[in-house]
Design a protein around this ligand. Structure first.
Ligand SMILES: [Zn+2]
Length: 259
């Protein structure tokens, strides 16, 4: 049975650790820093067999060289992108991978927008979505486009609503603050914010979140809702057509207000 736990890194990153006890091998996702990973391996007597990488940003790949040197035969899966070094297994849309040491298999989804080559890994009812979808929010647009990110989020919205979304940052409370600007009258959103505050006050992660909850509360997955569209149009100061335009207005609105 797959177990997934976060290894906190930097200010607010989560490096996800996957293992199948009683096995001693494990897999990590987006190790921006090798130190907390190596500490966990040593403390728990685990061997790192594989790494999954979603995109090229330093806080997701910064630990790769050190982990490769410390862990013999390490497999490193990630998107074909010259900005990501040390990959042993470049993957593209539709590729299935079975990391060594795990029975679980994962399918590669290309999810550009935050960056032009961002991917996700979907398997065992879990989506490792990097900086594409966040709990109650989404990533900023760096070298991808707003249209790409809008399409990638719509792809995620069409997955099984029971999917657990493992994003790479603890941004949930700030994201919920923005979501409440967009949908101030939503009782589901108010409840989620209350729950998230309580979780954070206990020092616990709010991630993963279930896609069904995201579909009810994440404005970037709700661009087809009349209230969300109306709020985006108030920000844009003009009528908006289609998901892409509504998404772009929401993302620009959040860029002006929050991190
Ligand atoms: Zn990023």
């Amino acid at each position: 049975m797959l177990q997934i736990r976060p290894i906190p890194a930097f200010e607010d990153n989560y490096i996800w650790l996957l293992s199948e006890p009683p096995g001693q091998t494990c897999v990590v996702v987006d190790p921006g820093d090798a130190d907390p990973v190596l500490e966990t391996l040593s403390r728990e007597g685990l061997q790192l067999a594989a790494v999954l990488v979603t995109h090229h940003h330093g806080d997701h790949v910064g630990g790769l060289a050190e982990l490769r040197d410390a862990c013999p035969d390490l497999r490193i899966y990630g998107p074909k992108d010259p900005r990501i070094r040390h990959l042993t297994d470049p993957v593209v849309e539709g590729d299935w991978i079975q990391p060594p040491g795990l029975a679980s298999r994962f399918r590669t989804l290309e999810l550009p927008g935050h960056t032009s080559s961002h991917i996700g890994f979907l398997g065992d009812g879990c989506l490792f979505c990097g900086d594409t979808l966040f709990a109650a929010g989404c990533g900023r647009v760096f070298d991808g486009t707003f249209e790409q990110l809008a399409d990638s989020l719509r792809r995620i919205a069409d997955l099984d609503p029971e999917t657990l979304c493992y994003c790479a940052h603890e941004y949930t409370l700030a994201n919920l603050g923005f979501a409440r600007w967009v949908e101030p009258d939503s009782p589901t959103l108010a409840q989620r914010e209350q729950d998230a505050r309580q979780t954070r006050s206990q020092g616990l992660p709010t991630v993963p979140s279930r896609l069904a909850l995201e579909l009810m509360t994440n404005p970037f997955l709700r661009t087809g809702e009349p209230g969300v569209k109306a709020a985006a149009e108030r920000f844009a100061g003009r009528p908006l057509q289609g998901h892409g335009e509504v998404f772009t207005a929401l993302r620009r609105w959040k860029d002006t207000r929050y991190d």
